[in-house]
Ligand binder design. Structure first.
Ligand SMILES: NC(=O)c1ccc[n+]([C@@H]2O[C@H](COP(=O)([O-])OP(=O)(O)OC[C@H]3O[C@@H](n4cnc5c(N)ncnc54)[C@H](OP(=O)(O)O)[C@@H]3O)[C@@H](O)[C@H]2O)c1
Length: 268
């Protein structure tokens, strides 16, 4: 019988996950399909338990449910530490995982940038920054967190056990850094003129990873190019966090390039 997978969120109509995973299932000729479900906050528990009861193959969880989903799953150690779940598997009860940090690491790796023993300045202290901070610190990166609201950077740095600094010190911070990550919504459509850093504080030798993927070429990536730094866009993280979820659910090697093409087509 056909296996069903899905993503739960609200709103959900712009999700690229159905296109990405259905392309992977087609490529591997698996009798599976993936749908987007708009689920209200108060029904999240029912939706997760219902998916298990109906024999779903797995779920992704997206905004605004990632934190709440922790309560209704048995989270693995990383998801518990992050405090958020983006992938649910039903192979062994209801397990909660978080693949966002690994997705970010893979995006850098495929651009030839390793994270262990690197100095990373992570701008942002929301959900995505949290996942990246825990995963990167666990992998041996030296992480410094800066955020528009400094108190949130301080709290996240304390949780992770890493440093924090004021955004106003970004220029000095970057002088000794290998990687700058934008994990904020700055630059995201429709605020495409917004950026966390201008060309003059970036330098050759710095990898500038913008996890925003809409638009594909953000203002920050353009500034990085002008400064001779290495620009890395957010699509790769989206694809690799999805690829890792695919691997968890199916045990199969995900067709990463097919998934990437589906996402790029979805973004037009
Ligand atoms: N590529 C991927 O796979 C992937 C995965 C997840 C998320 N994302 C993208 O990452 C971004 C953040 O997502 P999230 O889930 O972490 O959101 P979130 O939890 O709402 O956090 C938003 C973060 O952005 C900061 N921020 C918002 N506008 C800003 C601005 N104009 N200048 C500076 N900082 C600003 C916020 O700072 P304050 O604390 O001061 O409000 C906060 O740190 C979104 O664009 C999302 O689409 C990409």
């Amino acid at each position: 019988m056909k296996k069903v997978f899905g993503v739960l969120g609200d709103p959900i109509e712009h999700s690229l996950s159905p296109a990405m995973h259905n392309a992977a299932f087609r490529e591997l000729e698996m009798d599976c399909e993936y749908h987007a479900f708009r689920v209200r906050h108060k029904y999240l528990k029912n939706a997760i338990l219902g998916a298990q009861a109906m024999g779903f193959g797995g779920l992704n969880i997206t905004v605004p449910h990632k934190e709440k989903a922790l309560e209704f799953t048995n989270p693995d150690t990383l998801a518990r530490r992050i405090g958020a779940v983006n992938t649910v598997s039903f192979n062994d009860g209801i397990r909660g995982h978080n693949t966002d940090g690994l997705g970010a690491e893979m995006a850098l790796l495929e651009a030839g940038v390793g994270i262990n023993a690197s100095n990373v300045v992570l701008v942002g202290a929301g959900g995505a920054a949290r996942a990246i901070a825990f995963h990167f610190a666990e992998k041996g990166a030296g992480v410094t967190i800066a955020n528009r609201t400094p108190e949130k950077a301080e709290v996240l740095a304390e949780d992770v056990g890493c440093s924090h600094a004021g955004l106003e010190n970004l220029k000095e911070l970057l002088q000794d850094s290998d990687i700058l990550i934008n994990a904020t919504s700055a630059g995201m459509h429709p605020h495409i003129d917004s950026t966390i850093a201008s060309r003059d504080i970036l330098h050759p030798g710095l990898a500038v990873f913008d996890i925003v993927y809409n638009p594909l070429q953000t203002k920050l990536l353009h500034q990085a190019e002008l400064a001779g730094a290495k620009p890395i866009g957010g699509v790769a993280m989206l694809v690799h966090q999805g690829a890792e979820a695919f691997r968890i659910w199916t045990g199969q090697k995900p067709p990463v390039e097919v998934m990437r093409n589906a996402v790029l087509e979805g973004l037009g």
